[in-house]
Design a protein around this ligand. Structure first.
Ligand code: FAD
Ligand code: MLT
Ligand code: ZN
Length: 470
């Protein structure tokens, strides 16, 4: 527990507005899934990099553990302090300046606390696209998105958050500042330090600003919702769109019948724009900055042939921005709908794209054998081989009893992931939920290397203790 002299010194740096204590810390100590309920002596909200660096220096001198926090939307409890009550939450919520945007360089320089949605809007106003989209983008912040190397809906076309970073500014564990805010497309000058911090989940430094790559804004966007009989059919459809024009597919998302059912049941005004229900659905988005690319014709051509060959059983094409948004809502509200349906265990996993159908089948069978009545809800970024293989509790089960089985359920899924040479953590990261899995998945030289990096950059172990590494 930091003594009051340190808290007073921190208050002197950030002012009254920058320090929350007592009940006002409530929104910062519980994760989005409500799995973890931490405690903190204070939430510190610096207004700029200089203040943040001075706070970290004070914490380093007093050996106070720090939990960096952005939008607090982590799916793995990464931004939640422990129950011990001695970890300070360091929020970037007040660091919201867009420092620069340049449509010719196709870059934007912005502070860590800018929400992803605000960053997207700023890019759009400048005639550009920040091609990273996740359902939590209204709350998730640029710092958190980079610290987790978020993926999301457009990875199939543009890559993960890591692929959008040209430069970073980072406050290190001793409070010093590394200014690597270069906006160069080419810069071969030794170890690529910025990529070390991307995906590091707040365990070696705090990202305070970034230079992100932008792309030209699309001139044409087409979205369709397709009913498909199976994940095999979904992949066959993906292959057709890719072979027609791989540069056009900007999203290709899979949903299951039960998943859509939860959204229709729990989300206001959600409507299925198709005549009948199906075992699986695909949401496909085509987008292009090219004039006269004929996306609509391409979409219709591929769908007509897929309908004729029973790869697709029904399809609806969005005719307006409103319809497009309504289709996307069916996909984006999956997590919220699942939360309202009761307890669920999440498995954010990836396998080679071609193995997705077999993975879904094997993992469903294995989970049903482990727990009769368990409800698999596989969905997600099938174009990247990233399936959220989430399991909903059996209808009449006690949620607490179900959640107590989470390790057994996750291990059952992970055994199948291993069989298909996949990853136990595709895009959400490790956080507090999965460090115990690291030794078996990334053990040996890989884990030792990570531990040496951690020890070198955070020798006193004050940066987000208990997260990422076992
Ligand atoms: P937080 O939750 O605040 O923090 C996440 C981690 O980053 C923590 O370890 C924290 O300590 C660290 N951190 C935060 N800020 C900094 C910083 N400035 N410097 C260093 N470390 C920092 N994720 C995906 O990848 N793809 C999805 O499609 C997706 N969909 C989601 C949908 C919903 C409804 C929700 C609730 C979450 C979803 N997520 C998804 C997970 C989550 O939104 C992402 O991981 C996001 O990138 C986290 O951003 P955040 O600002 O909320 O970070
Ligand atoms: C999403 O893609 O919507 C989230 O990452 C999935 C989840 O809630 O597991
Ligand atoms: Zn996802």
């Amino acid at each position: 527990m930091p003594d009051s002299a340190v808290l007073n010194a921190i208050r002197a740096v950030v002012g009254e507005r920058g320090l929350l204590t007592g009940d006002s810390t409530a929104g910062y100590v519980e994760d989005w899934r409500r799995l973890y309920h931490g405690r903190t002596p204070a939430v510190v909200r610096p207004a700029n990099t200089d203040e943040l660096a001075r706070v970290v220096r004070l914490c380093a001198d007093a050996r106070i553990p720090i939990v960096p926090q952005g939008g607090n939307t982590s799916m793995v409890g990464g931004a939640t302090p422990s129950e011990t009550g001695d970890q300070l939450v360091l929020s970037t919520a007040r660091m919201v300046r867009i420092r620069d945007i340049d449509p010719l360089d196709l870059t934007m320089t912005l502070e860590a606390g800018v929400t992803l949605q605000a960053a997207q809007q700023t890019a759009a106003e400048a005639g550009c696209l920040l091609p990273l989209s996740i359902a939590s983008e209204g709350s998730a912040q640029v710092g958190g998105v980079l610290a987790t190397n978020a993926g999301g809906n457009n990875t199939v076309r543009y890559g993960n958050a890591r692929d959008m970073v040209l430069g970073l500014e980072v406050v290190l564990a001793d409070g010093s500042v590394w200014n690597g805010l270069r906006r160069l497309r080419k810069d071969n000058t030794g170890y690529c330090l910025r990529q070390l911090f991307v995906g590091s989940e707040g365990t070696i430094g705090i990202i305070t600003a970034a230079v992100l790559k932008l792309v030209p804004q699309p001139r044409e966007v087409c979205v369709a919702l397709c009913a498909v009989p199976s994940p095999e059919a979904a992949l066959a459809l993906f292959a057709r769109f890719q072979s027609h024009d791989p540069a056009a597919v900007s999203a290709f998302e899979l949903m299951s019948g039960p998943g859509i059912g939860f959204v229709l049941r729990h989300i206001d005004a959600a409507v299925l724009p198709l005549a009948t229900h199906a075992p699986f659905y695909v949401l496909v988005e085509l987008a292009t900055p090219r004039p006269d690319a004929g996306l609509r014709t391409a979409l219709e051509t591929v769908l007509e042939s897929a309908l004729a060959e029973d790869i697709v059983s029904d399809a609806a094409i969005a005719e307006s921005m409103t319809q497009r948004a309504a289709m996307w809502r069916l996909r984006e509200e999956h997590s919220e709908a699942q939360k309202r349906e009761g307890a669920s265990v999440k498995n954010d996993v990836s396998v080679p794209v071609s193995k997705v159908p077999a993975f879904i089948r094997h993992a469903s069978e294995a989970c049903e054998a482990l727990m009769p009545g368990i409800r698999p809800v596989p969905f997600g970024h099938v174009g990247d081989g990233n399936i959220h293989f989430n399991l909903q509790q059996p209808v009449d089960a006690d949620p607490a009893w179900f959640l107590a089985q989470d390790h057994a359920i996750m291990e059952t899924v992970n055994d199948v992931v291993r069989e298909f040479e996949g990853s136990f953590s595709a895009e959400h990261g490790i956080g507090r939920l999965k460090p115990y899995m690291m030794a078996s998945w990334r053990g040996g030289a890989e884990l030792r290397l990570m531990q040496r990096i951690k020890a070198a950059l955070d020798p006193n172990g004050i940066m987000n203790p208990g997260k990422l590494l076992p």
